[in-house]
Design a protein around this ligand. Structure first.
Ligand SMILES: CC(C)(COP(=O)(O)OP(=O)(O)OC[C@H]1O[C@@H](n2cnc3c(N)ncnc32)[C@H](O)[C@@H]1OP(=O)(O)O)[C@@H](O)C(=O)NCCC(=O)NCCS
Length: 162
């Protein structure tokens, strides 16, 4: 069954929160955060699915600065990794950000998360700086940014298939 990307809705959230909990345990975003995100930033929560099975999600948020946004989280369930799902979620979130008028799309990532750093670099994100203790003592993060509007790769397409 092919993987599809679509906007999430409230009916997806308990499963998304379970996926998040399996990855991050006590550091996981709770279901309430996803409900709030859907309410405040409709369209910014994308999920990947194969039929009824949820394979991953991407969550973005507007930044304080105009025409800037954050990729808050990108997660693919372990059994679905390495098959293009993360790339499809990221690319669809970038297309949507382009549609929304975002010029700079930001994210942070652990420097030793080679899979994620490679994925982001291949899609046009560049490391801006290393932010020490960003998520607490010893929790360093690369701050990465992509200039969405000048990246010609992204055409608008509300549904995509890997
Ligand atoms: C990072 C993550 C989202 C990637 O998802 P995925 O579905 O496995 O990634 P894809 O199969 O779409 O691969 C996309 C690209 O990522 C890179 N990549 C993926 N897995 C990799 C690995 N183990 N090592 C190095 N690069 C890797 C490759 O460049 C790949 O591009 P290619 O297929 O053209 O070679 C996934 O590993 C994940 O959910 N990790 C845990 C959560 C996490 O770390 N999220 C990011 C937080 S900032």
């Amino acid at each position: 069954m092919s993987v599809q990307i679509r906007a999430a809705d409230n009916a997806d959230i308990e499963k998304l929160a379970e996926l998040e909990k399996r990855q991050y345990n006590e550091h996981a975003y709770p279901a309430g955060l996803f409900y709030q995100a859907l309410s405040q930033w409709p369209g910014y929560l994308l999920l990947a699915h194969a039929g009824q099975r949820i394979l991953g999600y991407a969550l973005s948020s507007p930044a304080l600065e105009p025409e800037q946004s954050w990729l808050m989280s990108l997660l693919v369930c372990p059994s679905a990794r390495g098959s293009g799902t993360g790339k499809a979620l990221l690319q669809q979130s970038m297309r949507l950000q382009k549609q929304y008028g975002t010029e700079k799309y930001w994210l942070t990532v652990a420097p030793d998360n080679h899979a994620a750093v490679t994925l982001y670099q291949n899609q046009g994100f560049e490391v801006q700086q290393l932010q020490t203790d960003y998520l607490g003592p010893g929790q360093h993060r690369y701050l990465m940014c992509c200039s969405i509007q000048i990246n010609p790769a992204f055409q608008i397409n509300h549904r995509s298939t890997t």
